[in-house]
Design a protein around this ligand. Sequence first.
Ligand code: PHE
Length: 350
Amino acid sequence: MDEQIVQLRAQFEEKLAAVTAVAELEEIRVGFLGKNGSVTGLMKEMGKLSPEEKKAFGQKVNELKNFCTEKISEKQSELARLEMEREINSMPEFDVAMPAETKRGSYHPITLVQRKCENIFRSMGFAVEDYSEVVTDYECFEALNIPKFHPARDMQDTYYLENGQLLKSHTSAAQNAIYKKYRDALINEGKPIRAIFPGRCFRNESTDACHENTFFQMEGVMVDKNISISNLIFFMKTMLSEVFEKDIKVRLRPGFFPFVEPGFELDISCLICGGDGCPSCKHSGWLELCPCGMIHPNVLIEGGIDPEEYTGFAFGLGLTRLAMMKYGIKDIRDLNGADLVNLDQFTDDK
Ligand code: PHE
């Protein structure tokens, strides 16, 4: 019977060597190791042997079985590798340095609006600042006169990290750092603080056509001696007329934000009807665009500036909103989608 084992093993090796495809491998497996396979058949013959012979023979059959299993699995990996090589070699040769056939990229509508605003403010002497997206509770709330448990926090629910930091819910979170950065030049050299800081903001928000959990704002602050609401109105009107490339009327309504006093909502005359009333402005002639106000004395103090001597204004322009208005984008979610047909139609410079 030992001879049978030797023969079977030789047979197996011969067949295995001839295999070129995974499907054939399965045939061999069934032929040798399957329920009616030849190796399995040897087991069945063991009944005829004496107990001692049985033990020795059983061991050999088992060895053969393990040998076959192992070889089949090795062969399987080898075939898979060959298959892949074949596939790679059959690919047409191409030049990785060749430009793609698709169109060139384009600027995102928000980038376009942001750059336009930056240029306008730069021309009026404002510095353009960048700020992190992950901030502390102090920067986002405490330094802005919004203590813990203040109800104004409800509207700015955002995403918290395990270490207590959070994703900034408004660009106002950079105000404190800006005051601290420029206050020495203000106090010692009499240079007014003029800065804008665009940035991505986050809020824990259910999304729909008008709401997104991720959006862009552009904050602006100006601090100097004798800054008044008329300065604020002038800057906003000039900037918005430039952005929309037509004369824009603005109006202020009272609005509450703990970090400004007085606080306002700034509306602009409807871009579609010019103020006569149409469905876009719900027949009011006005569109709500930009919360703003005179910086609260507590906020100036927190930034190291004496509110008895200096005053200032701050505004939080919704860049996402502005882009939607300028380009007539109806669903805010399109801005975070990856549909290039949607997004690249506004770039002049492709
Ligand atoms: N940070 C406020 C918000 O996002 C907007 C704002 C900025 C209001 C500056 C007043 C002054 O809701």
